[in-house]
Design a protein around this ligand. Structure first.
Ligand SMILES: NC(=O)C1=CN([C@@H]2O[C@H](COP(=O)(O)OP(=O)(O)OC[C@H]3O[C@@H](n4cnc5c(N)ncnc54)[C@H](O)[C@@H]3O)[C@@H](O)[C@H]2O)C=CC1
Ligand SMILES: O=C1O[C@H](COP(=O)(O)O)[C@@H](O)[C@H](O)[C@H]1O
Length: 246
């Protein structure tokens, strides 16, 4: 059983992961918000991810860090993404290396590559299109939030190349509970179900890799992201499809 630190555990992605993988790993949680409800049952650090000494304490004895904490708003202003997403992610990677952590799974976003959608839309959201991004393309953000996610991916590359940390950056699509976004073609193409989200991060915790960028969506009929790298590298085997909810 891996000892896993989950940052940003109190949020939506953290809820999906813990909901599916509660018993699968030995969890330690970290969030700047205090625990409520079921989260009170876990070992829990209330801290900001820019607090280096708190991170070192939280990573003691940890094998894998799943790093979710950050400002998730596509419209977030620069001062927030600079502090929470860039400084915070830098602090997490730095503490991971100092603590002897083996792997970090970083919650990147579709917004790291949002500007690819300035062309070929709305056709790429439809099943007639076989256009796919696969993670080998350069980042192309359409907002400062996306810039911060591209910066996090580059920090991951640096900490892998210079410190041999295993890093996987998951460009998460659009996580929604129970069903895909309604009346939103793009959201249906990017849908990630709670079940597939938990499974995907389970694979990030268990698989062996060097540095990888993968897309985190369900196996939707509509898609413009390739699932092949996540299947090949991580053994991701998604079960859900937004088309089943039409
Ligand atoms: N929900 C989605 O569909 C997607 C999410 N993501 C990324 O996944 C991660 C988690 O997103 P959500 O769970 O949706 O967001 P959320 O806002 O529900 O959860 C984020 C959690 O991180 C904590 N947090 C934020 N800044 C912090 C800091 N400086 N120090 C400590 N804790 C901090 C918050 O208190 C919150 O509990 C984010 O990095 C987001 O950018 C990426 C793509 C899609
Ligand atoms: O990165 C994120 O993306 C999802 C999807 O947003 P959209 O604007 O591409 O539809 C968003 O719900 C989430 O808050 C954000 O962190």
């Amino acid at each position: 059983m891996a000892r896993v630190l989950l940052t940003g555990a109190a949020g939506r992605v953290g809820t999906a992961i813990l909901g599916g993988l509660d018993d699968a790993h030995d969890w330690r949680l970290l969030d700047r918000d205090p625990p409520t409800g079921e989260l009170t049952e876990y070992e829990y650090f209330v801290a900001d991810i820019t607090d280096e000494s708190a991170l070192l304490a939280a990573m003691e004895g940890i094998d894998v860090v799943v790093h979710l904490a950050g400002d998730p708003r596509p419209e977030a202003p620069w001062d927030s993404v600079l502090a929470n997403n860039i400084d915070g992610t830098h602090a997490v990677f730095e503490a991971a290396v100092e603590s002897g952590v083996e792997k970090v799974a970083f919650a990147s976003s579709n917004h790291a590559v949002g500007a690819y959608e300035l062309e070929r839309t709305p056709q790429i959201y439809r099943t007639v299109s076989d256009y796919r991004l696969d993670g080998s393309e350069l980042p192309r953000p359409k907002n400062l939030y996306g810039v911060s996610k591209a910066a996090g991916e580059t920090l991951g590359r640096y900490y892998h190349d210079m410190y041999d940390l295993s890093v996987v950056c998951v460009r998460i699509g659009n996580l929604t509970k129970d069903h895909p976004p309604i009346d939103y073609e793009r959201g249906q193409a990017m849908w990630l179900s709670y079940r597939d989200c938990a499974h995907l991060f389970d694979r990030c915790i268990r698989a062996d890799y060097d540095y990888e960028v993968v897309y985190g969506i369900s196996d939707n009929d509509r898609k413009y992201y390739s699932l092949q790298p996540a299947r090949d590298v991580l053994g991701y085997d998604p079960q859900d499809n937004s088309a089943d909810h039409d």
